[in-house]
Design a protein around this ligand. Structure first.
Ligand SMILES: Nc1ncnc2c1ncn2[C@@H]1O[C@H](COP(=O)(O)OP(=O)(O)OP(=O)(O)O)[C@@H](O)[C@H]1O
Length: 319
């Protein structure tokens, strides 16, 4: 069994008073194992940062428990802090300092740290040491944030939207860097708004909404829980317009699936993609019907995310 590095159980956090306040985190539980990358996804305001801050020891847990490396990150801060690295959404460093000055100042606060040149090399800033922070590009600033988070050779790294604002090439370079850290055994918790980033990097993913984890698992598990989508267009002769709304003139096969029509395009959602496709093609072939623009998409992380974001599950919770 792999070592558990982070254990979060029934975590809650409220801003403001009991009566007039707002509960941003409402009972979040998950574990992260050694060397794993765990991605926390969610809509804006879902509670990701509020959750991360409790795990990072920056805020106390309102209720529930959190253990990082077997300790309470808030109460045992002095023990836990040197072993974790935090890359915040906004580093907010003094813009008059050079890259090297900033790195030296940061390292000066640590009992043990990497050589400064090594930390800057890892993020490919070795040639930018004398440049003032204000003159760095957005991507370079994010890399400096990462170099500082890595300075103490952390066992656990928290990356809060590490590639926001980066161009696709810089984003991929950051992914390579993160993969290298995972190969070295670092355990990583990542928040991101880029689903592709989570798919590329995460061993496991949790999707949050309104303070709760709504779904979790590997990207493939989360996607598989969503129906596949088959879509095609019907010829005008097979469509009728009633009061401006277009619907098929033909009886579509009883595929044990849900149909939706938007204009000429018919979309079928199904959990049994192979059987549904076989039925549909058989039906079309028998009648000589052309299924124009036939498209099959299996369930995706994006669909799962959009389903969470739509808030359907909130009714189930309150019901
Ligand atoms: N200091 C605060 N006081 C009051 N409410 C807050 C405070 N910080 C956050 N919130 C609220 O708590 C909720 C969760 O915020 P949080 O920043 O944790 O979400 P998030 O998932 O990280 O969002 P984003 O993706 O936009 O960064 C939001 O409704 C936010 O407005």
């Amino acid at each position: 069994m792999t070592e558990t590095i982070i254990d979060v159980d029934g975590l809650r956090r409220r801003y403001g008073g009991t009566d007039d306040g707002f509960e941003a985190v409402r009972g979040v539980s998950f574990t992260v194992h050694k060397g794993e990358l765990f991605a926390l996804l969610g809509t804006n305001g879902a509670g990701k940062t509020s959750t991360l801050e409790m795990i990072e020891g920056l805020a106390p847990a309102g209720a529930g428990s959190v253990a990082v490396l077997g300790r309470d990150p808030y109460i045992d801060r002095a023990d836990v802090r040197p072993r974790i690295g935090i890359m915040l959404q906004e580093g907010g460093f003094p813009s008059d300092l050079t890259v090297a000055e900033m790195a030296m100042m940061w390292a000066g606060m640590m009992a043990d740290h990497r050589p400064i040149s090594e930390a800057l090399e890892v993020v490919d800033l070795g040639s930018r040491t004398d440049v003032k922070i204000r003159a760095l590009s957005g991507g370079e600033r994010r890399r400096l944030d990462l170099a500082l988070a890595l300075m103490g050779r952390p066992d656990v790294l928290f990356l809060d939207e590490p590639t926001t604002g980066l161009d696709p090439q810089s984003r991929r370079a950051a992914w390579e860097l993160i993969r290298g850290l995972l190969d070295d055994g670092t355990t990583i918790v990542l928040t991101t708004h880029y689903l592709e980033e989570a798919e590329e990097l995460a061993d496991r993913i949790a999707i949050m909404d309104a303070g709760r984890i709504v779904t979790s698992g590997t990207a493939a598990e989360i996607a598989a829980a969503h129906p596949a989508r088959i879509s095609f267009e019907l010829d005008d002769a097979l469509l009728r317009a009633d009061d401006g709304a277009v619907s098929p003139r033909v009886q579509l096969p009883p595929l044990n699936a849900q149909f939706h029509t938007t204009g000429r395009r018919v979309t079928v959602h199904t959990d049994e993609v192979q059987q549904t496709l076989t039925d549909l093609l058989g039906w079309a072939n028998e009648r000589g019907i052309a299924l124009t623009g036939l498209n099959v998409r299996s369930g995706s992380l994006e669909q799962a995310f959009l389903a969470v974001a739509s808030g359907e599950h909130r009714e189930e919770i309150t019901a």
